[in-house]
Design a protein around this ligand. Sequence first.
Ligand code: PLP
Length: 556
Amino acid sequence: MKYFSTRGSPRELTFENAVFEGLADDGGLYIPQYIPKISDKELLEWANIKEFPTLASKLFRKFIPEDQLATAELEQIVKKSYSTFETPNDATPLAKLPKANETSEKSFSQLYVLELFHGPTFAFKDVALQLLGNLFEVFLTKHNDKLGDDEKPRRVTVVGATSGDTGGAAIYGLRVKKNIDVFILHPEGRISPVQYKQMTSVLDRNVFNISVEGTFDDCQDSVKSLLGDLDFKRKYQLGVINSINWARIMAQISYYFHSYFSLLRKLGKEITIENIKNTKVQYSVPTGNFGDILAGFYAKEIGLPIHKLIIATNENDILHRFLETGSYKKNPKAGVVQTHSPAMDILVSSNFERLIWYLAFKENASLTDLPSSFEQFDSNRKSAKTASETIAKYMKDLNSTGEFKVSSKMLEFAKSIFSSSRVSNDETRDTISKYYWTPKTKFNQIPYILDPHTAVGVLTAERELIKTKEDVYTICLSTASPGKFPEVVLAAINEPSSYSQSKDAIITFNEIAPKELIELEGKPTRCTHVPTNGKKEIAISKVRQIIESVCSDIAL
Ligand SMILES: *Cc1c(COP(=O)(O)O)cnc(C)c1O
């Protein structure tokens, strides 16, 4: 299996090279030539695997050819990647929400949360970045072991921008890794104190935090500009770790499978192919860059019988508006809206390009399904080329006019898989409050504390359950620990609301945060400050200098 760019560059890359390149030179995103489908027999086999790393290895095997990584090697990497999670064999546990005020008995019994925040930085990005760090390391080591004496070792210089969560997860995934340096830019004073501490208290030699005077977009622009300088990119072997990297999407497919099977077990259903297929399960996914939910799309295409994928957005609702109109249009108001769920504050969703490619392909190809084998891909190359041309044009339109519009057929395809909802700041706070202040009389229940991103997903799921008459279980992806966003969570719970049952019940940071986050207080930190006088060019040139000064001795 090879990977190619959504925008039609003729290059076809191995898994390894697609992971190191991240973004294609034509600006496109790498996708696999085909999406392997699993048989009923295999689905049943996978459903009987309870250990998360074992199941994940089987899945990743489908996307990484054996000549790139032997099975034993792959299993070892996967096992190592999830050994840093609280319970490695159930790295992403499924939990039941308590019955909140106003939720019906029915929706209560059918609503679950998939806790993706039990990794080292307490956000779901760990699931992918722990793996990505180990993949980088293993591929570099394999490459360098074969070198002659006078050849310089291959390295990777990771440069990434973060609005808070990605940076931490990347740093924890890459710290102390051989032949890797990591530079993370964040907008000064615009990330939460917990996130700042988490990143800058990592003092390993290969980790460089840079705080840029400006916004997240300024940081992102600096990174894009460095990646766009192809000489610089090659010289320092720049790598990307944001969610456009294929390995991150692949890693995230794993927990759709794991949670689906966990749910059947929790419901006490016997694991049979009929039960797998006849139990209706859908996912509500708090969405920003469309990485997490795109993994759900792949899971469905591989053969997990997912009923629907629900896009939950905050006020940065480009995806919600797209599903309503077929037009993908940047917010006409001034830029990104700052919300209570900052990891979803985006103007456009980068990974959406991958989905659109599939929709365009489906419209063109004579196949009813997407290619699931190399032969099917190979005999549909013409449709693939047309799809890529369509995407290239859309992206050009988006750049020049701020908008592109898909055909009604493409929108119809999208609507058959996805639905969506938009949640405001007030609704986010209300939802957190509601699930904390659950009535204690009828059910002997303990309160559940949602983080703001998860709250967006949970409210979206409730709305979806009200709309449907079908018996369908909904799994809400819980993307962060509430302890990572204490400002919003504590305000939602402590301030008077229509749900609070006590005037003086005050909970504190120490009660909602894992001990590792509490212990960050007082730790020494290291961070390079980059003043910009409000000029982007200054940020770019200073970041460039920092990278050059650290890496000059290793550049080829
Ligand atoms: C990154 C992030 C998201 C958004 O995920 P996408 O893959 O960008 O859609 C949601 N919640 C949290 C807490 C995150 O860190």
